[in-house]
Design a protein around this ligand. Structure first.
Ligand SMILES: [Zn+2]
Length: 340
């Protein structure tokens, strides 16, 4: 481990773009598979490690869906959520806005109230026992269409769990135009939720404009294609609309062909508030610390630069002012102690 890597490992961090099911590590999947012995997912650690070795995007979808198939009751949801927080604590992640897709679970027969109770129960336990503060982004799985949008908005607005801060839109972008989701975002925004759709990961800058104009996005998930449109980059910088950049995920999904060609440098050079995130970390063979290492290399950052990147995530988060102040101070104290 390089000196900078150990600095990153100990650095207190916030993560803004990371998916619930996509965070299930082999350790967590083994626990879930043990609860459901009829599942085809291996429980043997070696076979499971092989199953998890990232091969290509099709393989990622296969792994993802087999994990979705293991989330069958509220106890599975609680276990997954709490154990994801445990993996975060090991990386010194203090705060995370976890993207949760309630539709995948309610469609599979888990009652909405039981689902919400399970994540909330895990959230409270994670905060008091692990020191990880979790908040939720409820997202629409775009590929499931307007039925999923309706159900996600209903659950968000009617059940409105305490930890819920935002409303999102994920899944494929090609063939799933953003503007059709406007009524659902309007409803969520009217309930006080922040708008954080994925946009411009596998499509061009127009999708990002659509997310800004129609869905009133306050942050953009990915926004990889933003540098193709200088006016868009200028708009994002001027209005301080942060981008949630996930470098390794972009490579895995072929949104970028080569990490060295990742547009993060152009984003930063244009003055856009850039945050670094892990998306679906174990499934892409990464974690947040590793993504910070990638960003540090691409942006040629030293420890102070990496600490600034961590503070970007705090600033771009939906934490309250006090929470932001506390976490910023923690980052500063850690950085000062490191230098000393
Ligand atoms: Zn994502």
């Amino acid at each position: 481990m390089s000196v900078l890597d150990s600095f990153i490992a100990g650095l207190p961090k916030a993560e803004l773009h990371v998916h619930h099911v996509g965070s299930a590590s082999p350790r967590i999947v083994a626990e879930l598979a043990a609860r459901h012995p009829d599942s085809p997912v291996p429980t043997d650690p070696e076979a499971l490690a092989d199953f998890f070795t990232f091969r290509d995007f099709a393989h990622f979808i296969e792994v993802y869906l087999s994990v979705v198939d293991l989330i069958r009751d509220a106890e599975d949801v609680r276990l997954l959520t709490y154990e994801v927080a445990r993996d975060m604590a090991r990386q010194n992640i203090r705060y995370a806005e976890l993207t949760v897709t309630p539709f995948s679970s309610t469609r599979r027969g888990i009652p909405d109230a039981a689902f919400v109770e399970a994540i909330e129960d895990a959230r409270k336990a994670a905060e008091s026992e692990l020191g990880v503060m979790l908040r939720w982004c409820f997202d629409i799985p775009g590929e499931a269409g307007l039925e999923a949008a309706e159900e996600t908005a209903r659950i968000a607005c009617e059940l409105k769990p305490e930890g819920l801060v935002s409303f999102g839109l994920g899944g494929p972008e090609i063939g799933v135009p953003r503007p059709q989701f406007k009524p659902y975002f309007d409803r969520a925004i009217a309930e006080g939720l922040h708008s954080v759709p994925h946009a411009g990961e596998t499509t061009g800058p127009q999708t990002i404009w659509d997310a800004l104009v129609d869905l009133r996005a306050e942050r953009i998930g990915h926004g990889t294609s933003a540098p193709q449109d200088p006016a868009l980059l200028a708009h994002l910088a001027e209005h301080r609309i942060p981008l949630e950049v996930c470098p390794t995920s972009n490579l895995a999904t072929r949104a970028v062909t080569d990490l060295d060609r990742h547009p993060i440098k152009e984003m930063v050079a244009a003055g856009v508030l850039v945050t670094v995130n892990s998306d679906d970390p174990p499934m892409f063979g990464t974690d947040l610390n590793r993504e910070y290492g990638v960003a540090a290399r691409l942006l040629e950052l030293d420890a102070a630069g990496v600490a600034d990147l961590a503070k970007n995530a705090v600033d771009a988060s939906f934490m309250d002012a006090t929470g932001k102040k506390v976490l910023r101070a923690e980052i500063d104290a850690y950085t000062a102690a490191w230098r000393g």
